[in-house]
Design a protein around this ligand. Structure first.
Ligand SMILES: C[S@@+](CC[C@H](N)C(=O)[O-])C[C@H]1O[C@@H](n2cnc3c(N)ncnc32)[C@H](O)[C@@H]1O
Length: 230
């Protein structure tokens, strides 16, 4: 099964499931929103990579109500849910049903966001995508990426995963859901180390890079192209 098929199958229940499936879900997105440097009235141009049903964009829209969004995802059905969600904003939302490895070499975005998606790429593809993100950003521009992080040793990876599945159980996830999540992870996830992700961002050209917030296997990566005035 391809990744678009895998996510098309989750579209109907995705929104309810993902909050249970990702520990520290709310904290990761809250910190991301705090970091957005644009004043709320700016018509900021936003690109959401692996936008899915549009959950990250929805939060950014609340913070930047005049923003113009491009939601890019390979899974049509996930984007259908996003289209429905943003039906009231036809002028502000555009959708691209494609693989983001096909991102163009130039663009004019102020903010690129991504959540829980780029870990599906192989490491060399992640590096190439970070370079492309740098290219499509204006200067100053910001990249906010919430994503999975590989544990730095097999022992720590095991501890982090055990913690993750235990938190899913406590959040009320049935065993069947946890098992399906593990199977999907084994089939499609290619998490990278935090240090590698930071290095690839710096190599892509970003000046200020950091993993601003981390909770075991999930992290929020910030990368700046140029400087925003304080
Ligand atoms: C776990 S979902 C995250 C969706 C959304 N960002 C969120 O936080 O709810 C991962 C999404 O990434 C998309 N995706 C994975 N690999 C992709 C690729 N190479 N190009 C475009 N989209 C991709 C999937 O189709 C899926 O919708």
């Amino acid at each position: 099964m391809t990744i678009d098929d895998a996510f098309n199958r989750t579209a109907a229940y995705y929104d309810e499931w993902i909050r249970r499936a990702v520990p520290a879900y709310d904290a990761l997105f809250t910190v991301a929103l705090e970091l957005i440097p644009f004043s709320p009235d700016t018509a900021v141009e936003v690109l959401d990579l692996g936008a899915g049903t549009g959950l990250f964009s929805r939060q950014v829209l609340e913070r930047c109500p005049n923003g113009r969004f491009v939601l890019w995802d390979v899974a049509e059905r996930m984007l259908d849910t996003a289209r429905e969600r943003f039906r009231a904003y036809p002028e502000q939302f555009r959708y691209v049903a494609d693989d983001y490895r096909n991102l163009p070499e130039t663009g004019s975005f102020d903010l690129v966001i991504s959540s829980l998606s780029i870990h599906h790429l192989a490491d060399d593809e992640k590096r190439a995508l970070f370079r492309r993100v740098f290219q499509v950003l204006r200067e100053p521009g910001m990249f906010l990426n919430i994503d999975l992080i590989k544990g730095p040793s097999p022992y720590l990876e095991e501890i982090y995963c055990a913690d993750w599945y235990e938190k899913m159980r406590r959040a009320g996830a049935p065993e069947e859901e946890i098992r399906a999540g593990i199977e999907r992870r084994n089939a499609y996830d290619r998490d990278a180390l935090m240090e590698d992700q930071l290095r690839w961002l710096a190599e892509a050209g970003f000046g200020d890079v950091d993993c601003v917030y981390r909770n075991y296997k999930t992290g929020l990566f910030l990368a700046l192209k140029g400087r925003f005035r304080n």
